[in-house]
Ligand binder design. Structure first.
Ligand code: 5GP
Ligand code: MN
Length: 339
């Protein structure tokens, strides 16, 4: 956003508006944190605001202020469509392509509202009137903090906004450990804690909300479902639909499991395959220069960041794994490179 756009947006937001906030399919901590952080800020400025998610999200994300006002498009389609139809302004948070919001994408496309992308994923599509986009940002929550500052409203930061933004920064940086974490990130966190973010409690609410069966599923993955291909510095997990049933799978239960594969010494490419809702969902993570955004785009209809991306496959689980393993040869040089 250049200074003249900042001025225009400030003017736009100086009078009450109908605003819709949408975020990506299978919302994570940054998606919900940025959406509710922005929601709590905008309602303080007297706007009418509706947050819409394309589908459901894990229960460990349901404690943030405003959560009970979120419309899940799959459950509240009529109400969600109505809100989009009457919106003056639509904020698209934490995604770079309308494909990422499923059927909600058609509603957003046909709406005449002004559209605003706030995001940090690579290669954003060109569908918005305004964009606050930076791949250098550790999270969309960091960009919401910047946005509030650009609007000259830092004084409006309060405990509720700060709790939401802290959550997204924490989850998208793997608790402040990924290379996307900068001194700026820590300065923002400091401001958020000053504004009332309950940092220690937030860690408990997000990470210590496990059910017994989730932990057992993790144990099962580690013990029986891990394949290490040392020759490619690659490791992966694969779960089928029966595995999920056996461990009473609930949304979010496999989040983060892929990182265990990446934690093995020498491994720089980690993948998690899970057979769910009739397709295979794939999570990719890497260390160093191996670009999983490119890999996911090229072979698994997906995308994301250079070191964290996702995608899908319509092949069976076994065929998906075969396809994946047979691709590794052509990436051998990059996987084994020192960088
Ligand atoms: P996860 O593996 O945790 O689902 O996603 C990792 C990152 O990749 C996140 O930033 C997420 O938004 C992005 N991502 C996940 N799945 C997809 C996908 O199918 N397409 C695109 N473009 N990005 C994805
Ligand atoms: Mn994010």
């Amino acid at each position: 956003m250049n200074p003249s756009e900042v001025k225009k947006v400030k003017t736009l937001l100086s009078k009450p508006k109908n605003i819709v906030i949408v975020t990506h399919w299978s919302p994570d901590g940054d998606a919900i944190g940025s959406s509710l952080g922005l929601y709590n800020y905008l309602i303080k400025k007297k706007h009418q605001v509706t947050v819409i998610t394309p589908n459901d999200y894990p229960s460990f994300l349901t404690w943030m202020k405003g959560n009970n006002k979120i419309l899940d498009f799959q459950k509240k389609e009529t109400a969600a469509k109505k809100s989009v139809a009457k919106a003056d302004l639509i904020f698209c948070l934490d995604f770079n392509s309308l494909k990422r919001i499923d059927k909600l994408g058609d509603e957003v496309s046909k709406s005449s509202a002004l559209k605003f992308i706030i995001d940090h994923h690579l290669q954003p599509e060109d569908f918005a009137d305004y964009m606050l986009h930076s791949v250098a940002a550790c999270s969309t929550c960091e960009l919401i903090y910047d946005f509030i500052n650009l609007m000259g409203d830092k004084k409006l930061l309060d405990k509720d906004i700060a709790n939401c933004l802290y959550t997204g920064i924490m989850t998208d940086t793997g608790s402040f450990r990924f290379p996307s974490t900068t001194s700026k990130t820590h300065l923002i966190l400091s401001d958020l804690i000053k504004a009332g973010a309950e940092n220690a409690d937030i860690h408990n609410r997000i990470y210590d909300d496990n059910t017994e069966s989730r932990l057992k599923l993790l144990g099962y993955c580690l013990n029986e479902k891990l394949t290490v291909l040392k020759e490619y510095r690659t490791a992966f997990f694969a779960l089928n639909a029966n595995d999920l049933d056996r461990f009473n799978y609930r949304k979010g239960d496999t989040e983060g499991v892929v990182n265990y594969a990446l934690s093995i010494a020498g491994i720089r490419f980690a993948v998690f395959f899970v057979e769910r809702d009739g397709i295979v969902k794939v999570s990719f993570r890497s260390k160093g220069s191996f670009d999983v955004n490119k890999f996911a785009r090229a072979h698994f209809s997906g995308g994301g960041h250079a070191n964290a991306a996702g995608g899908m496959s319509e092949l069976s689980l076994n065929k998906t794994i075969d396809k994946f393993v047979s691709l590794l040869k052509q990436y051998e040089k990059q996987l084994l490179s020192k960088k």
